[in-house]
Design a protein around this ligand. Structure first.
Ligand SMILES: [Zn+2]
Length: 321
């Protein structure tokens, strides 16, 4: 009994010390906002995929504005992909150096504060391991392509300013196999069919500015369950096999949006709210208007008693404000 008390005291002392260490914020390395010399205004992200060979071609057009005079060199974050060209709006090629996850572009002239500059960067990648990944089909899930940017992984799949202290509007234009559907941030503007080549091109537009870590897309042979709240489109993107179970996890979403609208005193700000299940992922990520969730969040009636999705669904939703 005594011994037990001693160990109990020792345990409490040690756990107090440990938790004290964990909460001593003054010991943490200080983090500062990254210094920048331009403001990104808009990204247009174009992709074409060779899904079977895990390859893609990307073309990013960036509109940016210098935050200083005499701006003649632009440094973007750009990781693993191979850059083939950088051109200006006159289609003139610009010299660039791509190393140490930076793309250093010589603009050939000096721009002043506030001017607008458009740059188009073409690149390609094979079997990517980070940022944008190809997920193979298994008996549990269909094939998927997922591009995920948190915390600073956007520059693994498109050249950008990859730190949260810059917000920009964006468009995503992705061409995929005919049986794939594409989800991205903002509003779906159009889907173009090319019946000869059996491909589809999805065009999304995110019309309010967001940080790079919230830019995303997912593609795959998904089923979409459409729901709504007072005219706001609400979508649940699931595997075909999960259709009978999906609403068990998602059915409270409109009520949750309504709850947060009142709680925050500010209406849900984005064009739609979609949630999509992906493989090989735990928890969720609150990408603006296109939350991704690990596919284990869909479960049967029996599991519901021990494993409700309500806390995950409401957690990712609350991030949207
Ligand atoms: Zn969170």
């Amino acid at each position: 009994m005594k011994k037990t008390k001693f160990y109990l005291c020792l345990f409490l002392l040690l756990s107090n010390l440990l938790s004290a260490q964990q909460t001593d914020i003054y010991q943490r390395k200080q983090q500062f906002e990254r210094s920048r010399d331009y403001d990104v205004v808009h990204y247009i992200l174009k992709f074409t995929f060779d899904e079977d060979n895990k390859k893609y071609r990307g073309e990013t057009t960036i509109t940016l504005s210098p935050l200083k005079d005499d701006f003649s060199q632009c440094i973007l974050d750009a990781a693993d992909f191979t850059v083939t060209s950088v051109i200006n709006p006159a289609k003139a090629p610009l010299d660039f150096l791509h190393k140490d996850e930076k793309l250093i572009i010589n603009l050939k002239k000096a721009y002043d504060y506030g001017e607008k500059i458009n740059l188009t960067i073409k690149y390609h990648e094979e079997n990517p391991k980070n940022g944008l990944i190809f997920i193979e089909a298994t008996p549990d899930h269909p094939p998927q392509i997922n591009a995920y940017s948190w915390p600073e992984k956007a520059h693994y799949w498109f050249p950008c300013y990859d730190f949260p202290n810059d917000k920009a509007t964006s468009e995503l234009i992705a061409t995929v196999k005919e049986d794939y559907k594409v989800l991205s941030n903002g509003e779906l503007k159009k889907i173009e069919h090319d019946d000869k080549s059996n491909i589809r091109t999805y065009h999304y537009s995110q019309e309010l500015p967001i940080s790079s870590y919230l830019i995303t897309f997912t593609a795959g042979p998904y089923e979409i369950i459409s729901d709504s709240l007072d005219g706001l489109p609400v979508e649940y993107w699931v595997y075909k096999k999960d259709m009978p179970d999906a609403m068990r996890s998602f059915r409270k979403t409109p009520d949750m949006i309504s709850f947060f609208n009142k709680k925050f005193g500010f209406p849900y700000p984005w064009a739609k709210y979609a949630q999509i299940c992906i493989a090989g992922f735990g928890g969720g990520m609150e990408n603006v208007s296109a939350t991704i969730l690990g596919d284990a969040t869909i479960h049967d009636q029996r599991a519901e008693q021990d494993f409700s999705s309500d806390s995950l669904v409401s957690h990712e939703l609350a991030h949207q404000w």
